[in-house]
Ligand binder design. Structure first.
Ligand SMILES: Cc1ncc(COP(=O)(O)O)c(C=O)c1O
Length: 490
């Protein structure tokens, strides 16, 4: 018999409960957003102080009883304040994130509706919205209509799926297959290869030219050597914007090698791919349209909150074949309902995931709400700022810029009057430490061919010309003061 009790299920909030909840949450988030233009960025020293301050909640298992939202929000806000303020315009390290708020709103909407998008028959309309975003991207990258794709949690997952797609070309025993890339490629490729079952020796590092681009001549040589030694050349993984320097491999030339040698042509465009929206980017990314697979990150070039990457595959049948599961008898009723009159992908059959968040909305909403032009302009501004940084650093005699930026990363180091590499490394690290100490911007160093290099990576949507001027001024002050001290000591 059905219960007539009116006891409320505390887990099942009503519309009014939800509105009350939002009335507490939204002002906190609005205040954070209003403070953001003035708030800087520094790297946290750990979680101990935060855990001590909130020992009754943060360092405890969840209690049996309910707690007031206000108390919990307090803990969350303190946790956010403890950690690196990634949405700050001062984020100039690694590849910066942004946190586009329209996308966070879409996440909330998607979560409340909680539609199931692994199988298109269950949520054809939401899947259609996500499929439209993918179709737009396929066309932006110049891929043919046979292409398909999926939204992932990030580029690492996209690259893993790309490796699995490429691997499908090999016999069941694929251990002789080899993949070619440069030593500037993001480490998620070697991770993906390992996860896909390849031995560590399967990844070949192709030498680069003096701009850190893949040497096509060396690539040809390595492929020939491998064939002669009984290996099976499988894939070339080129970069469309390396993490270290934003370098784009010669995509047209690499594509020609891939075609000639019948290899899978993968492009890691996680960082650089969305610059395709700009005229300058499109020219520099020429050749990307020949790719068999492209990995992109919406949480980089489209400024989304962390958690959205994308894989595009030239032949969507290959993507499906590489990821589809065996028969699932428990889904038989759904198959009977398949009455879609348009082609819709089943994302649960084209990805390592089955059940997944309704990711499409977090991309679809901001694109339509702001319009594509707003993204193009923001990316163009990042290219302008990077050019400005390049020219300003070149005017500082104490600084050596590595290469003219192709995208929005400027890599440089401090010069030593006596040309000592060790002194240059120390000064470069010191420079970055002194800039970061002010807490307004955050830069990082990297190592490139045995040298410590500082980087200014401009991809945060809130990075303005004023923030860049401030950064340049701090660098100028540091190098001039150091030069004066060095001169006094000699
Ligand atoms: C060029 C490049 N490829 C791949 C990745 C990995 O992307 P994700 O962290 O989204 O998995 C990154 C991350 O910074 C990257 O810069």
């Amino acid at each position: 018999m059905q219960s007539t009790s009116k006891t409320r299920n505390p887990l099942d909030l009503t519309g009014d409960d939800f509105a009350a909840m939002m009335a507490e949450i939204v002002p906190q988030l609005s205040a954070f957003l209003d403070r953001l233009p003035e708030s800087g960025i520094s790297f946290p020293s750990g979680a101990t102080a935060f855990l001590n301050q909130n020992s009754d909640v943060a360092a405890q298992p969840p209690a049996e009883h309910a707690r007031p939202l206000r108390e919990l929000l307090d803990v969350i806000v303190q946790a956010a304040e403890n950690d690196t303020n990634a949405p700050s315009g001062g984020a100039l390290a690694f590849i910066p994130g942004s946190g586009l708020v329209a996308s966070s709103a879409a996440d909330l909407i998607a979560g409340v509706f909680n539609r199931y998008t692994a199988l298109s028959v269950v949520s054809p309309a939401m899947v259609a919205l996500e499929a439209e975003v993918l179709r737009w991207l396929v066309s932006l990258m110049g891929l043919p209509e046979t292409s398909g794709g999926l939204l992932t949690s990030g580029a690492s997952m996209a690259i893993f799926s790309a490796v699995v797609c490429a691997r499908n070309r090999l016999p069941e025993n694929f251990l002789n297959g080899v993949v070619y890339t440069t030593d500037q490629t993001h480490h998620c490729l070697s991770k993906a290869m390992r996860l896909a079952g390849f031995p560590s020796t399967a990844l070949r590092r192709v030498p680069t030219d003096d701009g850190w681009r893949m040497s096509v001549r060396a690539l040809y040589g390595m492929i020939a050597e491998d064939r002669a030694a009984g290996y099976i050349p499988l894939c070339i993984a080129a970069n469309a914007g390396t993490t270290n320097t934003g370098t784009i491999d010669p995509l047209d030339d690499v594509a020609a090698v891939a075609q000639e040698e019948d290899l899978w042509f993968h492009v890691d465009a996680a960082y650089g791919g969305f610059f395709q929206l700009t005229d300058r980017g499109k020219k520099r990314l020429s050749g990307i349209e020949h790719a068999d697979s492209i990995a992109l990150d919406f949480h980089k070039g489209m400024f989304l909150p962390f958690g959205t990457g994308c894989l595009l595959v030239r032949d969507r049948e290959i993507l499906h074949h590489a990821h589809s599961g065996d028969d699932a008898s428990y889904l038989r009723d759904l198959q009977g309902h398949d009455s879609n009159d348009v082609y819709l992908p089943d994302f649960g059959e084209t990805s390592p995931e089955f059940t997944r968040p309704n990711r499409g909305l977090r991309v679809w909403l901001p694109l339509h709400l702001h319009g594509v032009a707003a993204f193009r302009e923001a990316l163009d501004e990042k290219l302008d700022l990077a050019e400005h940084v390049y020219h300003a650093l070149r005017k500082m005699p104490q600084i050596q810029v590595l290469v003219e930026p192709e995208l929005s990363v400027v890599a440089f180091y401090c010069r030593d009057a006596n040309g000592s590499r060790t002194e240059e490394d120390i000064a470069t690290e010191e420079l970055v430490r002194s800039v970061n100490l002010a807490g307004r911007v955050y830069l990082a160093t990297t190592r490139i061919h045995e040298r410590t290099v500082a980087r200014i990576a401009i991809l945060n949507v809130r990075t303005t010309a004023a923030i860049i001027e401030d950064t340049l001024s701090m660098i100028r002050t540091y190098v001039e003061e150091k030069a004066a001290v060095d001169a006094a000591l000699t």
